[in-house]
Design a protein around this ligand. Structure first.
Ligand code: C2E
Ligand code: CA
Ligand code: CA
Length: 642
């Protein structure tokens, strides 16, 4: 009723009413807009007039329901346009911006008025060609739409990575009238993509380049060196005894140390060089544009090695690290990437095996050695079954009488393919591969069998003879040792005191607690214990006195220099004194001359072993030797009694 009142009021005032919007009833079945059932929109215009002499009103109705609906839709679209989280920019056929929405304003930093009427070129980053949008319009025109990843420039100069979609709106004749450009901000996606690409080429723990990137860098360093005539150095770096830190302090601290080492290595070289981690505690450094190997030595000695040796602070723990380094040079050592990496690895292995904490340049002799080692390893696996191993026996004599007291069993390997291989060449390989355990059991079994043979021999010259065998660290750690000793001894009826084991001083000190229990158990089997190579390790004397030891064997390096160096004589004297104080027998090994024997006898040494008396011998050679030396013993005794 109020609309009606307004209508008639206007009509009364002005005599006309123009374009008056009304809703009017069109009956129960009328097709009103949804929600307006029974009502319909119309525009009406009216004029007061005289008709046939009477006051009349001429009214014109235009139904505008469809216009009203369109208007509502437009309103809705405008809301969608504004509320969209995607930036929208509408550009006309003259390449002028007609509209931008709020998301566009937010993303680019330009407000509506700055953008309106402008060419969108201000959105092109400085490094991009100015025909950028023209090309896009052309592409969008041809196909009706275009989409792709582009960079826009924000008002503050930053670049904005977006996914841009352009749709062409055409006139009925087909000419483009508008381009609707929708953009989605992909900054976050870009960041995570970058992270993924980074991770594909880097090590997660240290963020250093990984193997594949390292190889890439090495390749370009080589290409560069080809042009300049300079050299490239590949450094293989392996931390020494890293496993100990991991095992004793935990992986967490181990990881911290690796990160610290990564930082130090990076600090040690120039920015153009590459520091990478291959995994575990292995790092590779590529030094590019190097003049000569002296330059590499300088980097190693004055920066890299000292930096690694400086204490590392890992969560309050002061850790000390050292590393073994192998270096291969391009082009002198090899031209190919794989070969360079391999040779650096060989040199690193060499540094490890010569006592660690040092650097070596690759040399051809190392490959031979590495190949030889490889051969030894593969042949050694079959040595027992092929019957290539034998045990020889080196006599140990009484220092005063020269009488045979015991023999030391020494392993000999006569390989069909490699010929005679000395224990110094194959024992450490056996230790590293774990083969020492079955080999060691074979040694124990063979020594016990030999004892049984001597026991049963007519004449019985060796009936009382004791045999010692050498045990290395990993044998002592292996769980089967006690069982192996027990079963061989039982099988061959070896009585107490006939079998002895030799353990080096350093092996013994490596794991004091475990060793002590094992040794006590071994002792309980009636097996004697000798400390081998005494004087080369770092014994704690208080520990030493706790072990159930029978003998000390003074290392042959002291014996050898006893005549030339008064210090060695002094050390030897004190070892003998110490041994006697602890109630042990003291044996000198490596006695080569009578002069040495005289000095050692004077110092109170109990037994001698060495080439002065005999090398290691087969059982039959041992019989012959004994027969010969008995004559010597008798003549010596005669001389003494005179
Ligand atoms: P080792 O236990 O110190 O053995 C003594 C080594 O010194 C033997 O070398 C022996 O031949 C040598 N030798 C003896 N007298 C003299 C001498 O007057 N002068 C010099 N210069 N050398 C002398 P070999 O047989 O080559 O053994 C070397 C090492 O290999 C042994 O040192 C021992 O550690 C290890 N080994 C030998 N057999 C076995 C074994 O069955 N098991 C284990 N685990 N290790 C073994
Ligand atoms: Ca020995
Ligand atoms: Ca020895």
């Amino acid at each position: 009723s109020d609309v009606r009142a307004r209508f008639f009021q206007q009509l009364a005032h002005y005599d006309v009413v123009n374009e008056f919007e009304v809703r009017w009833k069109i009956g129960a079945s009328g097709e009103g807009a949804p929600g307006n059932a029974g009502a319909s929109w119309a525009v009406l215009s009216a004029r007061r007039m005289k008709y046939q002499g009477m006051d009349a009103v001429l009214t014109v109705f235009s139904p505008i329901n469809h216009l009203k609906q369109m208007e509502q839709r437009l309103e809705l679209w405008a809301k969608v346009f504004e509320a969209s989280s995607e930036g929208i920019m509408i550009v006309n056929a003259n390449e002028r911006i007609m509209s931008v929405n709020r998301a566009f304003v937010r993303a680019t930093g330009y407000d509506f008025h700055e953008a309106f009427g402008e060419r969108p070129d201000f959105l092109i980053p400085d490094h991009v060609d100015k025909t950028f949008f023209v090309d896009l319009w052309r592409a969008a025109q041809q196909k009706g739409s275009w989409q792709g990843e582009v960079q826009l420039k924000r008002r503050n100069g930053e670049t904005l990575p977006v996914w841009l979609m352009i749709s062409t709106v055409r006139e009925p004749q087909g000419a483009p009238s508008y381009y609707i450009c929708t953009s989605i901000d992909i900054t976050d996606r870009k960041k995570s993509e970058e992270r993924i690409t980074f991770l594909a080429h880097h090590d997660v723990l240290t963020e250093l380049p990984n193997r594949s990137l390292c190889i890439e860098r090495l390749r370009s360093a080589i290409q560069q060196a080809e042009r300049t005539g300079q050299k490239v150095a590949v450094l293989f770096i392996d931390l020494d005894r890293f496993k100990n830190i991991n095992d004793s302090l935990g992986h967490h601290i181990g990881d911290g140390l690796l990160r610290s080492v990564a930082r130090r290595l990076t600090e040690a070289v120039r920015a153009v060089d590459t520091v990478s981690r291959l995994g575990g505690d292995e790092f590779v450094v590529v030094l590019s544009g190097v003049e000569n190997s002296e330059e590499v030595t300088r980097v190693l000695d004055s920066r890299l090695l000292p930096l690694i040796r400086k204490p590392h602070d890992v969560e309050g723990n002061e850790l000390h690290a050292s590393c073994s380094v192998g270096v291969a040079m391009y082009p002198a050592d090899a031209q190919g990437i794989d070969e360079l990496m391999r040779l650096a690895d060989v040199a690193m292995y060499h540094a490890k095996s010569t006592g660690r904490n040092t650097a070596y340049f690759f040399s051809a002799e190392m490959t031979e050695r590495a190949e030889r080692r490889q051969q030894i390893e593969s042949r050694l696996r079959h040595a027992i079954v092929k019957g290539e191993l034998s045990l020889q026996y080196q006599p140990c004599v009484d220092a005063k009488t020269g009488e045979l007291v015991s023999v030391e069993g020494l392993l000999r390997w006569n390989s069909v393919e490699l010929g005679k291989v000395t224990p110094d060449q194959f024992i450490h390989v056996a230790e590293e591969t774990g083969l020492i355990v079955p080999i060691g059991e074979w040694v124990i079994e063979t020594a016990c069998a030999q004892l049984a043979t001597w026991q049963s021999e007519t004449g019985g010259a060796f009936r009382e003879l004791a045999v010692s065998v050498n045990l290395s660290a990993s044998q002592l750690r292996s769980s089967g040792l006690l069982g192996a000793l027990e079963s061989s001894m039982r099988r061959h009826a070896v009585g107490p005191g006939r079998l002895e084991i030799e353990i080096t001083e350093s092996t013994l000190m490596e794991g004091v607690q475990i060793n002590l229990q094992k040794l006590v158990a071994i002792r309980a089997l009636g097996v004697g214990l000798a400390i081998d190579d005494f004087g080369t390790g770092y014994s704690s004397l208080s520990y030493l006195s706790r072990f159930p030891i029978d003998k000390l064997k003074i290392d042959r390096s002291f014996v050898h220099e006893i005549l030339g160096d008064p210090n060695n004589l002094a050390i030897t004297r004190s070892i003998i004194g110490l041994g006697h104080t602890l109630g042990l027998k003291v044996v000198a090994e490596g006695v080569e001359t009578e002069a040495e024997a005289i000095v050692l006898r004077g110092a109170g040494c109990d037994e001698f072993q060495g080439f002065r008396y005999a090398p290691s011998l087969s059982p039959s050679e041992l019989s012959d030797w004994r027969a010969m030396s008995s004559a010597e013993v008798i003549s010596r005794q005669q001389a003494l009694s005179l």
